[in-house]
Design a protein around this ligand. Sequence first.
Ligand code: MN3
Length: 249
Amino acid sequence: MSDNRRDFLRKSALLGLTGLASGLIGKESLDKIEHVSESLSSEGNPFTLPKLPYAYNALEPFIDKQTMEIHYGKHHQAYVDKLNAAVNSTNMDFSLSDTAKCATIEPSSLPAIRNNLGGHYNHSLFWTLLKPNPTVSANSPSGKIAEAITKKFGSFDTFKKDFSDHAAKLFGSGWCWLVKDDAGNVRILTTPNQDNPLMQLGERGTPVLALDVWEHAYYLKYQNKRADYISNWWNVVNWEKAEQLYTQK
Ligand code: MN3
């Protein structure tokens, strides 16, 4: 690949990262990411692992330190590394402006980009939707997202049960989401692998809540008991972040 071509792809990817990250990780973190990306650009690695916004043990006892070390430090890092490698090796003319655009690519043509961009996007969002230093008091939403959940499901408890059922029954590896449509209505949906609701594959929507149900997200602590992982995860949902995603235009 020529230097010019590589430079074009790098700039496209940097712009894409801004689009991906805006509203997901906050402006301060975004500035940091852009700064880091800038410093790495000479090495041709446009995507970087965002900083985890809390310590590895901050979600204990519900999500354990070792799981976070491996999930964030190994799995998410691997998506970033493979995404960089895939972007740097492609000669296709496209800009990674967002995951939706990425998903318009024929899945068989560039699975490395689709899978790893999805993995990077999904995990970057997931970390921000977890609340450090959980308390023993009930963790529930308030504000507009609470109203939308009650409107759709009747009560928060009914929603929790429905969402938990979807997450538990998802076959194999994937994600469970609460998404909103343009009218502000919420609904639950699941995606396989590292696909997400922004991609033009089946049902779409704007993610406001995300749950990773890959075994790597829970196996060290919960082994095969995915349902236990899900019921404990409710204690560390960052509803303030979910509200921010819900109310964002
Ligand atoms: Mn994961």
